[in-house]
Design a protein around this ligand. Structure first.
Ligand code: SF4
Length: 460
């Protein structure tokens, strides 16, 4: 039995929500929604005194929260909006008029909320996570209620003091916490990776096989809708960079090309840029594993469907293999750019994409090749910094998704062109290296826009 088995659901790793950042948009929205729910259950005499809600953003949430729309996301959560059902157009309209006061219900009382209640704090705050937010309910200077939340990447949040789910309370039929343990479970029980992942998902969520398959199909549909929207939409992305969308141009170019190898790559680039540009515009995307990296897997799954004509069952098996890799990174390192730099986001997405392609190409499940592909995917993103210009998830993020997908494709080719035993570095080992590298990386390069490309903003 592993020490702390993975108990994350596929549908928590891949979730729908508005862009541009799972840690700066979806996570804060969920935290603010949770705070609203907690205010609703305060004693009536406390609710009656409430005069204001103040939100304090620290670390990367403060440094790049403006560009990522964290302020709008927090207001939306306090208004009772949830990521899966948020209208992206309405979300973008929040705070457009800084004089507008939003009303938040606190029991029978209503209190006003505006931009003056959101504080982008520059001072250092002692916290175990880079993305920290503190929400307070106040009556003048008196603190009535306070909660501290951490946005830990991919839209996952933790609340200070909240006991973690006891893994023993979750019915995981085949527990594992590393690739070594996962492979041991496959061998011991003579299972394929698809079978193990499906059994665990059913155990964790209580859903039937039919329900799990239907939800995976829904995820793929949402990913592909984002790609199709992005291939149609033209114009300039929101924000001060004034970056033009490129996906429709590449798509037209690829369709007009006769040279098949070039057109294949340009199609793949177009699909990844399309989903990433939709994310940058605040559209609804699927975290894969994050919103910043939500172009890699949608681009690859769209390619797999349109160019390789894989059927639904194959795409589902591929997505489960991708999820297994995402779980391992999230559990043993982090998928947050604020913790790991971009290797945690695009590096993980690329490794997941490589596992997806490898599983799709197999007639029977070969875990050795899947592991090798994922390992190569991470290995060649180690040390990659996160330095988005102006805090917008645009430069380098959008093209980085396309590059991550191209590397995923090459990782798949490298892993399947020789015996898996050629591979000298295990997936567990490279995830450990990622964690150590992320720890050593200067904070300047972890989603703060204080160094690297972010300093080229004036030259744009
Ligand atoms: S540079 Fe990478 S990690 Fe940073 S915001 Fe962009 S996609 Fe995310």
């Amino acid at each position: 039995m592993p020490s702390t088995p993975i108990i994350t659901s596929v549908f928590d790793l891949f979730k729908m929500g508005p862009g541009p950042s799972s840690s700066h948009t979806i996570g804060p929205m969920k935290a603010a929604f949770d705070f609203r729910q907690r205010l609703a259950s305060l004693p009536a005499d406390v609710q009656h005194q409430a005069e204001a809600i103040h939100i304090y953003l620290y670390g990367s949430l403060s440094a790049t929260g403006k560009g990522h729309g964290t302020d709008r996301a927090v207001i939306a959560g306090l208004l009772g909006w949830q990521p899966e059902t948020t209208d992206p157009v309405a979300l973008m309209a929040l705070l457009r008029d800084p004089a507008l006061v939003y009303t938040v219900a606190v029991g029978a009382e209503t209190i006003g909320l505006g931009p003056q209640h959101i504080h982008f704090e520059r001072k250092r705050y002692e916290s175990p996570y880079a993305n920290t937010m503190v929400l307070q309910l106040r009556a003048g200077d008196e603190l009535l209620h306070s909660e501290e939340y951490y946005s830990i990447g991919g839209g996952f949040i933790l609340r200070k003091g909240e006991p973690e789910t006891d893994p023993a309370s979750v019915a995981v039929p085949y527990p594992y916490s590393t690739m070594t343990e996962l492979k041991a479970q496959l061998t011991t029980h003579a299972l394929t990776l698809d079978e193990l992942m499906m059994a665990n998902e059913m155990g964790i969520t209580g859903r039937s096989r039919t329900e799990v398959n239907a939800r995976i199909d829904q995820l793929l549909d949402f990913m592909h809708k984002a790609v199709r929207r992005g291939l149609r939409h033209t114009g300039v992305l929101p924000g001060s960079i004034k970056l033009s969308r490129k996906a429709p141009i590449l798509f037209r170019k690829a369709k007009g090309m006769s040279h098949s190898s070039d057109s294949f790559l340009i199609f793949l680039n177009a699909y990844c840029l399309a989903a990433s540009e939709e994310n940058a515009a605040g559209g609804i995307v699927v975290t894969a594993p994050t919103s910043g990296a939500s172009g890699v897997i949608p681009g690859l799954t769209y390619l797999a469907k349109k160019h390789f004509h894989y059927d639904r069952a194959t795409l589902r098996a591929g997505l489960l293999a991708a999820a297994a890799v995402g779980f391992l990174v999230k559990h043993n390192a982090s998928i947050s750019g604020a913790e790991m730099g971009c290797m945690g986001e695009i590096g993980t997405a690329s490794a997941m994409g490589a596992a997806f392609l490898t599983r799709c190409a197999q007639t029977s499940d070969d875990i050795g090749a899947i592991e090798a592909a994922a390992e190569i995917g991470i290995e060649h993103h180690l040390g990659m910094t996160c330095d988005p210009i102006g805090g917008y998830v645009q430069i380098p993020c959008i093209e980085r998704n396309a590059m991550g997908a191209v590397k995923a494709y090459n990782a798949f080719l490298l892993a399947t062109s020789g015996a898996a035993s050629f591979q000298k570095i295990s997936l567990d080992a490279v995830i450990k290296v990622m964690k150590a590298t992320g720890r050593d990386m200067s904070t300047k390069y972890k989603e703060t826009s204080e160094a690297g490309l972010a300093l080229s903003a004036t030259e744009c």
